[in-house]
Design a binder for this molecule. Structure first.
Ligand code: SF4
Length: 261
């Protein structure tokens, strides 16, 4: 789709291709864009021969939650967290609860102007000990999230990433280096689940199941956890194929849980 792109801030992690397109290298989709096109996440786009982030400094809303709702169990327990998100997503989960945000194709969802400093200030003023990037996956607005995390750290506020972890290695290292805690939200336990319901690339499930331990091993976060949402299983009417709930999926879930003990 070619359209008029609202100029955003320059994005990191992209390179030009020989055929004239530009490839975004933030997530494994590796979108290859002509001038004026947006990636699948909808918020990263090619404008003036570079990849830009079109949602920098704009939020789809704020809310004060208990930290346990993120859900994190051993991170600042009993404290409030300032939650916010933007728009768009790099997965297409058919059971998404925040579909009106993650699949927003018009930025009328983004009515709150929110500079990194303003978000840190809002957290301080509201008595929150941390800020959570949630509602939609923050890896697609990496540059904004990193700036918010730095502004928060300067004010003594921690940051929490709620993410599916669908991000390439180089941006992953930068992104999680700035986070104090992360919840890597598992969508399922089989490659088929990720492909059929989330349109993820082959190898996604295996790569993501080891994600939090790799984060902690690399020292990128001090507090990383898996949250197995396995969303479709809990949501009647989501239209998930029966086979993803079958023996194979149950075995995958059991093996994963065993590996965590
Ligand atoms: S971050 Fe967005 S534009 Fe970049 S590869 Fe992923 S879906 Fe495509």
């Amino acid at each position: 789709m070619t359209e008029l792109i609202t100029p955003g801030v320059p994005g990191r992690y992209w390179h030009p291709l020989e055929d004239g397109r530009i490839q975004c290298d933030v997530c494994p989709r590796l979108c290859k864009l002509h001038e004026g096109q947006r990636g699948l996440c909808f918020v990263r786009a090619r404008h003036d021969d570079q990849i830009v982030l079109t949602t920098y400094g704009r939020s789809s809303g704020f809310c004060i939650d208990p930290i346990e709702k993120k859900p994190l169990n051993h991170f600042l327990p009993g404290t409030p967290v300032l939650s916010f998100g933007t728009a768009g997503c790099n997965l297409t989960c058919k059971f998404c609860q925040n579909w009106d945000i993650s699949k927003a194709r018009a930025f009328d969802r983004l009515q709150d102007l929110a500079s990194p400093a303003a978000i840190a200030e809002a957290a301080v003023q509201s008595g929150c000990r941390s800020v959570a990037f949630t509602y939609n996956d923050p890896v697609i607005f990496l540059e904004y999230a990193v700036d918010v995390a730095q502004a928060c750290r300067a004010r003594g506020i921690k940051t929490v990433a709620v993410s599916a972890g669908y991000i390439c290695a180089e941006p992953r290292a930068e992104f999680f280096r700035h986070m104090d805690a992360a919840n890597i939200d598992l969508k399922g336990f089989t490659e088929h689940f990720y492909k059929a319901l989330c349109s993820a690339r082959p190898g996604c499930a295996a790569a993501l199941h080891g994600f939090p331990s790799r984060l902690e091993d690399a020292g990128h976060t001090r507090n990383a956890g898996h949250h197995a949402s396995d969303g479709a299983r809990h949501r009647p009417g989501c239209g998930a194929p029966v086979r993803v709930h079958g023996q194979h999926a149950r075995r995958g879930r059991a093996e994963y849980l065993l590996s965590c003990l």
